[in-house]
Design a protein around this ligand. Sequence first.
Ligand SMILES: C[S@@+](CC[C@H](N)C(=O)[O-])C[C@H]1O[C@@H](n2cnc3c(N)ncnc32)[C@H](O)[C@@H]1O
Length: 540
Amino acid sequence: MSADNSSNEQQKQHILDNFIAQAGLQSIADATKGHKTIATRAFKRGDTILSIHPLFSLPVRKNEDRDDDTPSDQQNKQQQETQPQDRCTHCFKTLPPKRRPRCSQCHTALYCSTRCLTDHWNARHYFECDPKNAENEAALEKAEAKIKPVYRPYLRMAAGVTRVLQNIKKQQQQQVPEWLRVQALAWDRLISHRSEHPKYLLKQYAEIANLIPQTPGSLVFLDPVDALCRFGCNNFAAFDDSGDQNLLQSTGHLCSPLVSLLLNHACLPNASFVYSAGGRQVVRALRDIAEGDEVTLAYIDGLKPRSERRKTLEAVYFFTCHCERCELCGSPRARMDALMDRSPQSDSAAHAIPHNLPTDYAQPPCADPWVTEVTHALLTLLASRSRHTHESKLETQMIDSAEPLDQRDLSFAAYRHWLECQDECLERISTGSADEDAHWHWSYVSALHVLAFYALVYPPFHPLVGRQCLLVAQLAWNSLQGSDSHKVNEKLGLSEGLVRNLAMAAQNVLEASGDLEEVMGGASATEKKIALLLSQIEYA
Ligand SMILES: C[S@@+](CC[C@H](N)C(=O)[O-])C[C@H]1O[C@@H](n2cnc3c(N)ncnc32)[C@H](O)[C@@H]1O
């Protein structure tokens, strides 16, 4: 490396280090993880650690999760059809059927409101917008139709990130905002794990890479396969905490290299992020973090059993997790993992399932009194946690004592049961075929079980808890509405558990997103009713 290059590199590293230091963080080399980030000051639970706009983001489109290997003719036909954008480019909420403001420069970015259009422009769209984008959009759609839906976001991300990086290069340095420069510098430093990728995936990426020249701005990516590998193991899924219908599905893709570069994974992380209404990725402390502690995020759903977590982390992020939770052996936490483990080799799983567990879902699970009892106990626990309580009694007991808790075992079984039924259940919820009273009711009960588990694993303001609370509240609302809409308030008054759920939903949504009104802005009439109810409930 020439002296010039080396001093240039040092200068870039200096900019990056300074930005990170301002956040109270330091990135240091680590023998197994590459780098890790430690806190240089203490953070209180709930504190914002980082708040930054992503380098580029994309709302999800329908069918993007489809990865069929041998599609039928019908599926093949559907796969070929690219899906129109149906979520706001900025906040990822579902677009309203009419009045969808469009960027007047590129004519392709669609928004749910003029406010989102303005906010997006002011925050970063002016940097990624390309007046030639209408032509490029057509090229992208043509290219997209040739690849599996699951890889389409990669192509769009590649095109979008390329555009931003090119525009940064064209500008005078001082015209590029600091956060954007930092995101671009972090992009250069992202790990790609290219040599560890399986052949089939590299082949897929090579096919996508061949399509990139047909799409805008291919010049910056001298090595597009490497860039696609980086997307694969560094991107974030943004989840909906807005009250939209698909509460358990991701609503957008975020390319936010700084956050990727800084935060390693842990199965019981001390930080989490939300994609906030202002279009920022906001990382917050989930627990008190002491000076010198490593700051971590969960890359995957921490409720999954250890075997599934490891499988996903190895397949997508190319490492075997040895975090504290994965390593604890014989502890109640490990026992919890074993109980939730659905692999046939797990002998502890077999005896954890009580024989009276309902196996036929046509039977509402709440017909079993123990299910209701356990759920109630856990929800009481969740409700009793205040913002300032570090950990619940039960959670502490679980971690500290080797004493088995009967109730817990039962509810693990209920969770396992829910896992087995969740696809069917979610399909009913999302397709609206849960409109019969009974369906809403047992969808509600099932969602309660999941909530109970989230309550054990996550602190109350974790976005996953918030989302699940809201889902529970919506299902409860639908279930009540279906039965007797005139007496809803009376029923709410009678059903303490439900009032608690609603209160928790409000509290969680507020804590995760700040402003209920804003969160509920694009919501349906039913959701607005829920929001109204939520705002009237006094928290215990
Ligand atoms: C998003 S990057 C995080 C930044 C990365 N540590 C670096 O130095 O560039 C994700 C990669 O970090 C490494 N990593 C993250 N968490 C880890 C963990 N708990 N144990 C081992 N490696 C980890 C893996 O290589 C993973 O693919």
